[in-house]
Ligand binder design. Structure first.
Ligand code: ATP
Ligand code: MG
Length: 631
């Protein structure tokens, strides 16, 4: 099939297109209207229809594939492997739903899930939506004040948690963090359901904390039917990564999300019923919600839940799992591939990867050297995909499920996915940029397709004010990313809109400069930020993690490499883009989802307060920057 034609139809004949897509899931009651956009920018997809996410992810598959693995749990942290078939998942989800129901959880109530990557976390998500309740998954291991603010925002009836998670062999006790968060929060939680893995001793609070294993014994035969909810009923809330500031609470619907994910599995990820999906993310992020849990299960695939690092016991672990479980589709982030790239290349050759069709990467710009390296190493198509917590599924990628001959273009996440009316706008005038190779703000004309955010949880006004602009009587959604489209319609993401550097009147994306810097063979990773400068307005500064630290062990070494990197940028982009300084560090500050915290780097360079850092992975990374800058 021809991508252009299908895409065009998804825009021009929108309702007919999505009406057909709706048949991918089962409905209790069919919709009366495909798209109700009568009160923009709000959109109601499949209004009048009723369905249930858990029914579509679990119940509906049980007659067809009772013994097929639904969840394949692998923990290299605890040395555990466990397979849960669709038949078993059906039983376990009802047990969990019965426990939650006994705690008073019903339609519209919130259940906060603060858990490591274990099957019970997924079971808790499914059980929540089964009851028509709304889950709010908070990344396990977040500090107590981050957790407390999310508890206050979601106001959950129940928190589901576990004694501990583990990362790189280090056990992280969750319960003390949760206890502290529950003291800090204004909202009072009635019940805490604890999954005790036996990793650390756990002090249970009487009349509040309940041990999952023991209450499960009381509900072994539980039958808990799915609560049919309106297509527009919220299924969950989830926070953005906090890369640009305070995280935003995204609210997602039920029917539109199910339809969009089922369609994306077919059109983009080429995942088929009975196949195996391995998404090496975390359920605390949107990628985990959509492509560890719901996307694969809605499709009747087996999904791998992996607790562990990509390099433990060694850098072959992912590929070992691909071979062992015959993984067909894999999904990860560029940051993880950069980690692998620093390891022994032989690790990628040890296993038979013949089952694997594609490797998808998302979350951050995929630079050319990284894409090329992993593509050569595993010999599979590497498909970038660009999206946001807000959208729930890709905005830009390749629709290889529609046109298998679509070829990835290095450096570009691809073309608009079905239903997304992507436009580049001039950030000053708001005019649409229709010519190729013009830089602008990436926006989406409303209505957003199914699966995208409904609103900011509890704050419609913030939703409208944050994301939407009215332009020539059209409502456009701002991605806050800065991009460019080439002659063939491929988009390139140049960075966040607040990362655009203005050097003496030239507007440059940090991403462009980073691409140039990282093309130098000594560079493992780089972050470029714009820093206020009295003469030029702004100048670029680069922070580089060298592939080999010994090259920058002394001042002459640092100076020499700095000069080489500057020359590389001069050659590729011209002297305007040349970083005023190149600093060398061992680690860059990132969010826990692996995104560069450029705004924190910029703040350090300009001697300002770093702002909300609740989602930072390693606070010591900032100290290193400070030292490098002072040097
Ligand atoms: P916050 O909105 O709280 O500041 P965040 O934007 O990092 O955090 P996410 O929703 O997790 O939160 O990330 C979406 C953003 O990640 C996109 O807007 C874009 O900047 C970046 N991104 C995601 N995928 C890609 C990709 N394939 N290429 C380039 N950038 C990407
Ligand atoms: Mg964002």
């Amino acid at each position: 099939m021809n991508y252009e034609a299908v895409y065009k139809r998804s825009i021009q004949d929108r309702d007919a297109f999505w009406h057909e897509q709706a048949a991918r899931i089962e409905w209790h009651k069919p919709h009366e209207q495909v798209c109700d956009h009568s009160s923009p920018p709000f959109t109601k997809w499949f209004a009048g229809g009723q369905t249930n996410l858990c029914h579509n992810a679990v119940d509906r598959h049980v007659p067809h594939r009772p013994d097929q693995p639904a969840l394949i749990f692998v923990s290299t942290e605890t040395g555990t492997e466990q397979i849960i078939s669709y038949g078993q998942l059906f039983v376990e989800v009802q047990r969990m739903a019965a426990i939650l129901r006994n705690m008073g959880v019903g339609k519209g109530d919130r259940v906060l899930i603060y858990m490591p990557m274990i099957p019970q976390a997924v079971i808790a998500m499914l059980a929540t939506v089964r009851l028509g309740a709304i889950h709010s998954v908070v990344f396990g291991g977040f500090a107590s004040h981050s957790l407390a603010s999310r508890i206050d925002d979601a106001r959950p009836k129940v928190v589901v948690s576990a004694d501990a998670g583990s990362r790189g062999g280090k056990v992280i006790a969750y319960k003390p963090l949760l206890d502290e968060a529950l003291t800090l929060s204004q909202h009072k939680v009635e019940h805490v359901l604890m999954v005790n893995r036996g990793l650390v001793p756990c002090v249970m609070v009487p009349n509040r904390d309940v041990d999952y294993a023991s209450v499960r014994q009381d509900v072994l035969d539980a039958i808990v039917p799915c609560e049919w909810v309106d297509a527009t009923h919220p299924s969950y809330t989830l926070y953005t990564s906090g890369t640009t500031g305070k995280p935003k609470g995204v609210q997602r619907d039920t029917g539109g999300y199910a339809v969009a994910l089922a369609a994306s599995m077919d059109h983009i990820y080429c995942g088929k019923p009975g196949e195996t999906f391995f998404c090496a993310s975390d359920i605390g992020w949107v990628v985990g919600h959509s492509y560890i849990v719901y996307g694969p299960l809605l499709t009747g695939m087996s999904t791998i839940i992996y607790e562990g690092l990509p390099i433990r016991p060694d850098a072959a672990i992912w590929w070992l799992l691909v071979e062992k479980y015959q993984v067909n589709v894999m999904f990860s982030a560029p940051t993880a591939i950069r980690v692998l790239r620093k390891q022994d290349p032989q690790c990628l050759k040890r296993h038979n990867l013949s089952s694997l069709k594609h490797l998808f990467l998302a979350g951050e710009p995929l630079d050319e050297p990284t894409a090329r390296w992993i593509g050569d190493a595993i010999g599979k198509p590497i498909v970038d995909n660009y999206w946001q917590t807000e959208t729930g599924w890709p905005i830009l990628s390749l629709a290889r499920g529609i046109d298998p001959s679509a070829q990835p273009r290095l450096g570009s996440p691809g073309v608009p996915m079905l239903g997304y009316q992507v436009k580049l706008l001039d950030d000053l005038t708001g005019e649409e940029l229709t010519q190729p190779n013009q830089k602008g703000v990436l926006t989406i004309e409303g209505p957003l397709p199914p699966g995208c955010m409904q609103t900011v949880w509890g704050d419609d006004e913030r939703f409208v004010k944050t994301y939407w602009r009215s332009f020539k009587n059209k409502e456009v959604y701002n991605t806050f990313d800065w991009g460019i489209r080439d002659e063939d319609g491929y988009y390139f993401i140049l960075g966040r809109t607040d990362d655009v550097i203005n050097v003496a009147g030239h507007r440059l994306g940090t991403r462009e400069i980073e691409e140039a810097v990282s093309s130098h063979s000594a560079v493992a990773e780089v972050a470029v930020v714009g820093v206020a400068d009295e003469v030029k307005g702004q100048v670029a500064r680069a922070f580089v993690v060298p592939r080999d630290a010994s090259r920058v062990a002394d001042e002459p070494g640092r100076r020499a490499l700095e000069a080489e990197i500057m020359q590389t940028v001069d050659r590729q982009l011209g002297a305007v883009a040349r970083p005023a300084r190149v600093y060398f560090v061992n680690v860059l500050p990132k969010t826990r989802s692996g995104k560069l915290l450029r705004r924190a780097i910029q703040a350090v360079c300009e001697g300002r307060e770093t702002g909300d850092l609740t989602t930072i992975e390693d606070p010591s990374a900032l100290q290193q920057l400070q030292d490098a800058v002072k040097h």
